[in-house]
Design a protein around this ligand. Sequence first.
Ligand code: AMP
Length: 297
Amino acid sequence: MILQLKILATIEDLSNALSTEVGSRSLGFVPTMGALHEGHLRLISNSVSDNTFTICSIFINPIQFNNQDDFSNYPKTLKSDLEKLEISKCDYAFVPGVETIYPENFKPKHYELGSLENILEGAYRPNHFQGVCTVVHRFLDLINPTVMYLGRKDYQQCKVIQKMMQLVNLDSKIQLCLVETVRSNDGLALSSRNMRLGPLGKKKAVFLSQCLQTAKETISKNLGSNMDFSAIQTALISTLKNNGFDSVDYFEFVNENFVPIKTLSCAKSNLIVLTAATIESIRLIDNIEIKLYEHTN
Ligand code: AMP
């Protein structure tokens, strides 16, 4: 039963709530595409404990999908999403229609994201990050939150949104809080797309996080050497393919500035290992951080 959560569908509902109830008090914002799981709810609980008010958007953004099937098959579980938000003490669910976010006169701009846009996810999902920037920018303009919460599970997306906020001068006005990836007990990163996996697929999907963990352990054992990452990369891609993954788009190492790193001696900051692979026609992504230095970004 929904008692506390207020459901806002239009810009009018949203601006009334923001001006009459929130005012100048702190507002945490969690953008989502729904099909909420414990990963999303961790972002919500961080926001609830940090802020006076929390707003969660549920919007399946058509312009960030480069695959029509992925868009049409994206899970939709609004009723249970709203119940989860209520239990999590979220104050507002913003559930707009496509015409509210993209009215006829809306003109998307182009964001100069540089190399971030063309590598890894960007290379496999043309225009995806422009679509992500467009929708998040639109939400930030409408909501003007104090803090926005994003999951490290989508690490490249975090970097892209950070860059977009700098480009449109929102970085000094709105804080970004990056939240650690929430995993099931076997290590699988929670994702709305996991719902589409069968029991065997779910079991085998665990290899994705296990391979990232293996990469981390191998690198940690070789600290101080000039280890070349290509051997681990080839071995772990084979492991994934031999264990039920149909294809592996990438298994790559980048530094905190998202520059690809090929050898351990080139790593002058912490490393992030990122992978994307498909199992049962479901494309999953995951990443792991390898701390080589004490500072955090
Ligand atoms: P999505 O609904 O997939 O667009 O995700 C909405 C937000 O939840 C994004 O900032 C994601 O990075 C974050 N998120 C998704 N899965 C997880 C997870 N397993 N752990 C932490 N955050 C997550």
